[in-house]
Design a protein around this ligand. Structure first.
Ligand SMILES: Cc1cc2nc3c(=O)[nH]c(=O)nc-3n(C[C@H](O)[C@H](O)[C@H](O)COP(=O)(O)O)c2cc1C
Length: 427
């Protein structure tokens, strides 16, 4: 029987993948405090159902950057998704196209943008950029992205340091992948993955590589440390973002924003959008959950920036919570990877169908037939203590602190903020 929910797909992925690969996808960093906080924060958001509204027709469609989408969801960029299923990135792009949503290719995919475009004709492809130490190589990559016809570039801002994933190291799944007896046994006891993914690549195109590296540096994932020219830069600053803005004529989105002041700077540098994201709690273990910082950012900048969000979505109601807190659409990372690892393109499609169905049911309960109209009107005000801790963090840095303080200290004030947000989003 097909799984009924994302957790079911997670369990299938766990069985199918070698432990090293599964944990690379599934886990967080350090003590995984961030993973727990992500779930706890999403669970603490309560939705206020409204009755006696005609919800016989639910409409999930929306527009992101003026492009119509069948639902307010985007397939997030995920490095090495092609290791979960043979041609995994192409399968993901095809599933996204069938569901009427964009697919964001990662700089670190194992299939190139050209091959993904060829394998998923007509897909709405975005590209996620990690800026490399060698800016000339980065510019050459941007040329490829332009030539492939991509309109939306997502530059990831939240990885200026390498996150500490101790189990990856233990499993031999660091970069480079370190051959070990433990790793060999892990692969050998997962023959479906060994035959269906690894040996299939081996026999057709050789050991998987980072497809976007310049040919002279193509480093097998199993071999030698990444050339220092191709390391994710640690020196990027706001002037670099302005320069990127100058070079990229399409839509520019900054991914990994968790502070209001950073969101403001991104806007000042000419970004068209941001992704309020903690990278799925895969980077800074102590980062806040995006759902906690999203309302203030959407409140202040929702009229200037297209605000997207991600991290922790496992149910359609999680999507509704992000939308109600000010996001225009939500990115999906692991949920789609579990589906892809379990059943390839069909699995990714199933995951999207499950989330679509759950989101529709949630909208029905909320008495809001149109997903794009979800607003803080359907949020139950969060407990005072929670509001205080969140708004307090901002107040220290935010020039508009009085407004936040007032709202945090006074649930009614929060409601006033909420209705203002409501008004803003309907503009
Ligand atoms: C296996 C994996 C690889 C990822 N690789 C990238 C990447 O290359 N670039 C990036 O910006 N984000 C990357 N992310 C983060 C996702 O884009 C997204 O922010 C995150 O997965 C959202 O959280 P979720 O997995 O709980 O949905 C990755 C996430 C996962 C799970």
């Amino acid at each position: 029987m097909r799984p009924m929910n994302i957790e079911g797909y997670r369990q299938l992925a766990r069985r199918r993948l070698p432990r090293g690969v599964f944990e690379y996808v599934d886990r967080g960093t350090e003590d995984e405090v961030g993973m727990g906080a992500l779930r706890a924060s999403l669970d603490s958001v309560k939705l206020a159902q409204k009755v006696f509204v005609d919800v016989s027709r639910i409409d999930l469609s929306t527009k992101v950057f003026d492009n119509p989408q069948a639902m307010p969801v985007i397939a997030a960029p995920t490095a090495m998704a092609g290791l979960l299923w043979h041609d995994g990135e192409v399968k993901l792009a095809r599933a996204a196209k069938a569901a009427g949503i964009p697919f964001c290719i990662s700089t670190q995919s194992v299939t190139s943008i050209e091959d993904i475009a060829a394998g998923a004709p007509g897909a709405d492809l975005w590209f996620q950029l990690y800026v490399w130490e060698n800016r000339r190589f980065t510019e050459q990559l941007l040329d490829r992205v332009r030539t492939a016809g991509v309109e939306t570039l997502v530059v990831t801002a939240d990885t200026p340091a390498s996150p500490k994933k101790e189990w990856n190291t233990r499993n031999g799944f660091g970069i480079p992948i370190t051959p070990s007896l433990r790793g060999a046994i892990d692969v050998a006891i997962h023959p479906r993955w060994l035959l269906g993914v690894l040996l299939r690549y081996w026999s057709r195109t050789g050991v998987p590589t980072y497809a976007h590296y310049p040919p002279e540096f193509k480093t097998r994932i199993t071999r030698s440390a990444v050339n220092s020219d191709l390391r994710i830069t640690r020196s990027m600053n706001w002037a670099d973002l302005r320069e990127l803005r100058r070079q990229w004529k399409g839509k520019l989105v900054v991914k990994g924003i968790l502070r209001l002041d950073d969101a403001r700077r991104a806007s000042e540098c000419g970004a068209d959008g941001i992704v309020v994201s903690s990278h799925g709690a895969r980077n800074l273990d102590s980062a806040p959950a995006p759902i906690d910082v999203l309302p203030a950012i959407a409140d202040h900048l929702g009229s200037r920036l297209t605000i997207l969000a991600d991290s922790g979505v496992r149910r359609g109601s999680d999507i509704a919570k992000y939308l109600a807190n000010g996001a225009k659409a939500v990115m999906l990372g692991r949920a789609l990877l579990y589906g892809t690892a379990a059943r390839g393109e069909q699995g990714a499609a199933d995951v999207l169908a499950i989330l679509r169905d759950e989101l529709e049911r949630t909208l029905g309960f909320l008495g809001e037939p149109q997903a794009r109209k979800l607003s803080s009107d359907c949020l139950v005000p969060r407990p005072l203590a929670h509001a205080n801790s969140v708004a307090g963090g901002f107040a220290a840095r935010d020039p508009d602190r009085r407004e936040h303080d007032d709202e945090a200290a006074d649930p009614a004030g929060r409601r006033r903020g909420a209705s203002r947000r409501h008004a803003l989003r309907r503009r």
